[in-house]
Design a protein around this ligand. Structure first.
Ligand code: GLU
Length: 487
């Protein structure tokens, strides 16, 4: 095939949410097109009306737009190979199915449900794999016409050779050969006149001049049948790139039940779209060097099909978190504040807190926005805590030293004017005190942090927390700490 112009397609079915596996298919298709100066086509595969889900089309468009995966031809922008929605191409499929009937590669089948069920039961009982028995292949032209005239419902089936083998080449999985007699005479056109996916994808990929078919490997086992269709039409076979499945672990596929199987789930949890895309890139694809963080432009520059792996990709939430953290760090403080604010507000209802300061402290430590509310759970109210928190081997503090430290800190903090009660002034005042007392930083800062947060682990240290809480609340909490340690 002449690849002067690479043409790839993303061909989602509007059946619900955008699984990370689907988004990965879109990304790899996009990168294959963009890295070769080719074209990316968006085609909506909606011939299975029963699986159609309201709103699913919006999810497809919004996710692609959100992540910057642009397309050159598609339902919304048109193009020379349209229409790009399969339900608008019905007459095309019928026409091509009739051509196959003429050439003997397909046939009408009038078998009803009962007969097919009976056949299935018989085959099962004798240990055979379920397969249509070509019962209607032998109907004469007249018999067929009579049934058509009588309005008997029918499907059109592919007439698969009963002998020989079919070999199919995939860029990732190599050559795969199957015995033709193991292949079923699959339905091409259903009783409702709609094509099956198995037929429509071949017709459309050919008519839209797709050069690289990139899709999930659940279609790998059907590929020999697609090859037979291409051959029957005398069409050139595109390059096939079947991507490995996305797994939760070695034996389970990632599914909606895992809660993080879809792009929307991840966005709702506070992952950044750039980070999700970057993680998905690495889900079954390896870069040549050590670089792991890629902008979309860098992805285009580095992408190569050979980097796609054969083995299943295990979805690693820790890695995703890490990558998300890297993207959070890259945001400007303003950008982060904007993204973090709704999450800060989920954790803090007090109106007079400095959300900019909170965001600044969080940005260095946060991996996923979803973690923010619980990191801030001490701000509205001081949690009940045990004096044991004051004991730190590392800081060499215990209840006694902590009591002394808090007693010393109290007047120093009280002396800071309310308007100056910020990180800079609190820092200066406490470090001045530390120097005066000739103690280690931790001797002072550990107890202050415990007293104002009631926690051992907090975003930011005691100084930042005092600034977040404001003067009145900080002093009240230090008083409370002193009281609690005195008892
Ligand atoms: N419509 C199919 C799906 O959503 C796409 C398969 C393909 O890319 O060929 O699973």
């Amino acid at each position: 095939m002449n690849y002067d112009c690479v043409r790839t397609r993303f061909a989602p079915s509007p059946t619900g949410y955008m699984h990370v596996g689907n988004l990965r298919t879109a990304l790899y298709g996009y990168l294959t097109a963009r890295s070769t100066g080719g074209k990316m086509i968006l085609r909506i595969e909606d011939t299975d009306q029963e699986r159609f889900v309201e709103g699913a089309l919006d999810i497809i468009y919004n996710t692609l737009k959100d992540t910057g995966l642009t397309w050159d031809e598609g339902p919304d922008i048109g193009g020379p190979y349209g229409p790009y929605v399969q339900s608008e191409r019905m007459s095309i499929y019928k026409e091509y199915a009739l051509k196959l009937i003429e050439s003997g590669h397909a046939y009408y089948c009038f078998c009803d449900k009962d007969r097919l069920e009976e056949l299935r039961v018989l085959q099962k009982a004798s240990g055979q794999a379920p397969k249509y028995d070509k019962h209607c292949l032998h109907l004469s032209k007249e018999e067929i016409q009579a049934k058509l005239d009588a309005g008997i419902p029918y499907v059109i089936r592919q007439n698969i050779p009963t002998t020989g083998t079919t070999t199919f080449h995939d860029e990732i999985f190599g050559d795969i050969t199957v015995e033709n007699n193991t292949l079923d005479d699959q339905v091409l056109i259903k009783t409702d006149g709609m094509p099956t996916y198995n037929f429509a994808n071949v017709v459309d990929d050919h008519l839209m001049e797709i050069t690289h078919v990139i899709r999930g490997n659940e279609y790998l086992s059907s590929a020999p049948k697609y090859n037979l269709l291409y051959e029957a039409f005398g069409w050139e076979i595109p390059k096939y790139i079947h991507t490995p499945p996305v797994m939760k672990d070695a034996t389970h596929k990632l599914s909606k039940r895992n809660g993080d199987a879809s792009y929307q789930d991840l966005i709702e949890k506070g992952y950044l779209k750039e980070a999700i895309l970057n993680y998905i890139l690495l889900l079954g694809w390896s870069p040549k060097g050590d670089q792991e963080i890629f902008t979309l432009q860098e992805m285009i520059e580095n992408f190569h099909i050979e980097g796609i792996s054969k083995s299943p990709a295990i979805f690693d939430p820790q890695k995703l978190r890490y990558i998300n953290g890297e993207y959070i760090r890259k945001l400007t403080p303003e950008e982060f504040h904007e993204k973090a604010l709704p999450w800060i507000r989920k954790g803090v209802s007090k109106a007079d807190v400095d959300t900019h300061l909170i965001a600044q402290v969080l940005q260095a430590r946060c991996e996923v926005l979803e973690d923010i509310p619980e990191q801030l759970d001490f701000i509205d109210t001081l949690p009940v805590y045990s004096n044991e928190l004051y004991i730190s081997k590392k800081m060499k503090t215990n209840e006694e030293t902590s009591l002394e430290a808090l007693k010393a800190a109290l007047p120093v903090l009280e002396a800071i004017p309310e308007a100056e009660f910020d990180v800079e002034h609190i820092h200066a005042a406490l470090f001045d005190l530390i120097a005066k007392l000739g103690v280690k930083n931790g001797y002072m800062l550990w107890p202050v942090r415990v007293a104002v947060s009631g926690k051992q682990f907090t975003p930011g240290g005691g100084i930042e927390i005092c600034a977040m809480l404001g003067k009145e609340e900080s002093l009240a909490r230090i008083h409370k700490g002193i009281e609690q340690l005195t008892k």
